[in-house]
Design a protein around this ligand. Structure first.
Ligand code: NAG
Ligand code: NAG
Length: 358
């Protein structure tokens, strides 16, 4: 396959390089963030992969892939008693007691073992995760990292989790009780993307005069590979995880790259790419040239792009033909002081390739 490049180089042919195949920065930066980034925004996201894939595919009919385009708050009564958390209250329960890095909350977090099948992403921070791909959270009866890992392992699409202590009010703060005594909840929140310290930015807030703070926050990301939902109907694969996104050369002078898409209102889900790839082929067939030829989508790469370690969404790159793992060389790039990294890169090949002829 390297011969394509070699021949054009040797012959000095005036063949353009293939178009850049990694998501450009402005497209990613301009995506609006979805509303629910963590437990503060609601107890559970409502991700429905079938609906998401159908919506992504339907959008192709009016906006095909191309290279050129670029609280649910519970109603509560004032001062009503809140459920007591399972965690210990450090010292006298002041904010300073909670944020003392030598307290029981910190030492528990520091001493927690990393569950098998996961990699430790950060330990003992004073912020909880807020990022895309939020799935669900639970209050745990103890700081049990394995229990939180089990929740992640049992939730489809989970790729990372956050376990932490939260200083919560024992009564619903109101004018008559602006700063109630604290209780410590142990929360486990799980996400459809890897987690990192860069996303542990929720350091709490004020409820009347009561200050919510976070202590002993640990994050863990799921190791690849792991079981489905990774295989996709009509496609062979996944092949991966690969070192990066595909960076295909010209194929006998022809650019095989069709374009890309990013989805961030969802956990990482390569089925979105599968649906869009097939919808793109239908669109291209319906709008074929008069000689009956069109560009079929026969292959895609799905990956997560991290910006400074914060996941930006499910990225899909579409191609007219398959490329093997040796072309997965697009590992990321720098843009000023920002570092972009490709992770969780997988490729899928249409099992019955489309010829691109009517
Ligand atoms: C698989 O391919 C068939 C034939 O093109 C198509 O009708 C069907 O919708 C595809 N299935 C999925 C899940 O994309
Ligand atoms: C068919 O038409 C398209 C668009 O005019 C052209 O790019 C392509 O080379 C043609 N293919 C063949 C096999 O003639």
């Amino acid at each position: 396959m390297h011969s394509t490049l070699l021949i054009s180089a040797l012959c000095g042919l005036a063949i353009a390089a293939p178009k850049p195949q990694i998501i450009n920065v402005p497209v990613t930066d301009n995506l609006a963030l979805p509303g629910i980034l963590g437990p503060d925004d609601g107890t559970q996201s409502s991700y429905n992969p079938t609906k998401a894939a159908a919506a992504a595919a339907a959008a192709i009919q009016t906006n095909p892939v191309s290279v050129d385009k670029r609280d649910v708050l519970e109603k509560r009564d004032a001062c009503s008693a809140q459920a007591a958390g399972a965690g210990p209250v450090p010292g006298q329960g002041s904010v300073a007691d909670y944020l003392d890095q030598t307290n029981i909350l910190s030492t528990t977090a520091q001493g927690a073992p990393t569950p098998s099948g996961y990699t430790s992403s950060f330990t003992n921070l004073q912020g909880s995760i807020q990022q895309i791909g939020y799935l669900i959270y639970e209050n745990l009866p103890s700081y049990d990292v394995q229990a939180c890992a089990d929740l992640c392992s049992n939730v489809d699409f989970c790729l990372g989790f956050n376990i932490y202590h939260e200083r919560n009010p024992s009564q619903d703060p109101a004018a008559a009780c602006p700063d109630p005594a604290p209780t410590t909840n142990i929360k486990c929140s799980v996400y459809g993307y890897p987690v990192s310290a860069a996303s542990a930015t929720n350091t709490g807030q004020y409820l009347q005069a009561f200050q919510v703070v976070i202590a002993g926050s640990n994050g863990y990301s799921r190791d690849f590979p792991y079981p489905p939902p990774w295989s996709q109907t009509n496609f062979t694969g996944p092949n991966g995880p690969l070192n990066g996104a595909i960076n295909a050369p010209l194929d006998n002078g022809v650019d095989t790259y069709l374009g890309n898409r990013v989805y961030n209102d969802n956990p990482y889900d390569p089925s979105l790419c599968a649906a869009v790839c097939q919808a793109q082929t239908s669109y291209d067939r319906a709008t074929a040239a008069s000689n009956g030829t069109y560009k079929p989508c026969n292959f895609y790469t799905a990956y997560v792009l991290l910006k400074n370690d914060v996941p930006q969404g499910t990225h899909c790159g579409f191609y007219t033909r398959a490329w093997d793992a040796s072309y997965a060389s697009n590992t990321g790039y720098y843009d000023g002081s920002d570092v972009y990294k490709v992770v969780a890169s997988f490729t899928y090949t249409l099992t019955a390739p489309d010829s691109g002829h009517m």
